[in-house]
Design a protein around this ligand. Sequence first.
Ligand SMILES: [Zn+2]
Length: 148
Amino acid sequence: MTILHLSEEEIQDYTDGLSTAGQQAHVAACASCKLRISNYQSLFSELQTLDRPAFDFDLATLVLAQLPTAKAQYPWLPALAAVLSVIFCAVIALCYGSLIGQFIKGMSQIWLLILLCPGAILLSLQALHLYQDYQSKLTEIKLQDLAT
Ligand SMILES: [Zn+2]
């Protein structure tokens, strides 16, 4: 019959106080596992007495200096797209404004609702997203204030 001792990971967890009732019962009856736990406890207590390594430089500053700064490849592209969209809509409204007005007046109310409801839902979701983004940035700023 083979005895199933605790694994190294289970022994380390046991030393940290993370054990199950079955493991505790095994350790109470097993001299081998008791010895291994005792060895880990000695090791961990010796590690606690050692001085922590101290660097004479700020590692975070050195790493941050090496990181490339993120720049958008085409920062003017969203503005150009917005301007072109406004120009396109203005041209369409100037050329076909009366036709669009007649089309909307001729539509039944159910088609107006079918067109307007998704727009209202999308607008509401966008507003909700902007609000959540605003709240998370506000929380981030508060955390940065607390850290300094
Ligand atoms: Zn054992």
